[in-house]
Design a protein around this ligand. Structure first.
Ligand SMILES: NC(=O)C1=CN([C@@H]2O[C@H](COP(=O)(O)OP(=O)(O)OC[C@H]3O[C@@H](n4cnc5c(N)ncnc54)[C@H](OP(=O)(O)O)[C@@H]3O)[C@@H](O)[C@H]2O)C=CC1
Ligand SMILES: O=C(O)C1=N[C@H](C(=O)O)C[C@H](O)C1
Length: 265
């Protein structure tokens, strides 16, 4: 499968280039960065710490998308909605790892999915998607006397909060409880907040250092507590998940899919 990496010089972009180069049946057919990026013109392999791959980084996605079968996109919400339109026009697979998307961005992706095969997930790792299934089951089993709190920690450069993974886990908990997350979500607490409202799902975000991604979901009940956790140690888990998602989506019909579809969970 011929794959393009957009945001090629990012933390995930470089990891994705390596994952494509190491995946059987895949070749890197293009690498895109934003206009003015110092990575423009460099070889994508060299950028990712590999031998040269003969793929120069460019800021012109049109010819690159036209020659590709899929695009791996871990960039920014503005870039992702732009690339979604181009991927739909080129009728290629679009794997979206970008987090922090607003409702309006999600509507644009849903529109693009009329023509494109899009796989979007706040976390492309096997471990987190298995964890989400466990969270759903525990939330369904325990009921409202167990308060749900989700804590995440990421590196100091992360720009969105709560993380996409925390929201994915919150959605799983809400689904298990049969409620809608926006109605019970509490993402900020400061000052005299009053007592916790029964049924709320709380989020706390820590930022610092080089943490790849830590998440825990605590169910705090009367006299006992359960905590389910995931610790990402290497961004390769997300990149390999993204390549797997592209390969899975290739023979599918246009639509918007998630990692649970890809992994058959
Ligand atoms: N779903 C998942 O499994 C995971 C999701 N993520 C998410 O992926 C996203 C990226 O994370 P990360 O790699 O750490 O961030 P980085 O900031 O390191 O990488 C983003 C890259 O995209 C580039 N970029 C921005 N705008 C454009 C554009 N218009 N065209 C081409 N390239 C562009 C940036 O360039 P420049 O810096 O020069 O602006 C940068 O190189 C985040 O939303 C993060 O939360 C991360 C890990 C796993
Ligand atoms: O920005 C990151 O680094 C990560 N972002 C994703 C998220 O928002 O959950 C996935 C992972 O935790 C790393």
């Amino acid at each position: 499968m011929r794959l393009v990496v957009v945001g090629a010089d990012g933390r995930m972009g470089r990891m994705l280039i390596r994952a494509v180069a190491e995946s059987e049946g895949c070749t890197l057919s293009g690498a895109i960065e934003r206009e003015g990026s110092p990575a423009l013109g460099q070889d994508a392999g060299t950028l990712a710490g590999l031998q040269p791959l003969g793929v120069p980084v460019t800021d012109d996605p049109l010819p690159v998308f036209a020659a590709a079968e899929g695009v791996l996109d871990f960039t920014t919400p503005a870039a992702t909605t732009f690339f979604a339109e181009l991927a739909a026009q080129a009728r290629i697979v679009h794997v979206v790892g970008t987090t922090g998307l607003a409702e309006a961005d999600l509507r644009k992706l849903a529109a693009a999915a009329h023509h494109a095969r899009i796989v979007r997930s706040g976390n492309m790792s096997l471990g987190v998607n298995v964890l989400a299934g466990l969270v759903r089951r525990v939330a369904a089993a325990l009921g409202e006397e167990f308060d749900i709190e989700i804590v995440e920690m990421h590196h100091r450069m992360k720009v969105d909060a709560p993380s996409g993974t925390a929201l994915l886990l919150g959605e799983a908990a809400a689904e298990g409880r049969g409620v809608s997350l926006p109605e019970v979500r509490v993402s900020t607490r400061d000052g005299h907040t009053g007592a916790r409202r029964p049924g709320d799902i709380g989020f706390a975000a820590l930022r610092g250092g080089t943490v790849v991604g830590d998440h825990s979901v605590t169910f705090a009940g009367p006299g006992e507590r359960i905590t389910l956790s995931h610790h990402a140690e290497d961004r390769g888990i997300f990149a390999r998940g993204a390549v797997r998602a592209a390969q899975w989506a290739f023979p599918q019909a246009p639509g918007l899919y998630g990692m649970t579809d890809v992994l058959g969970l």
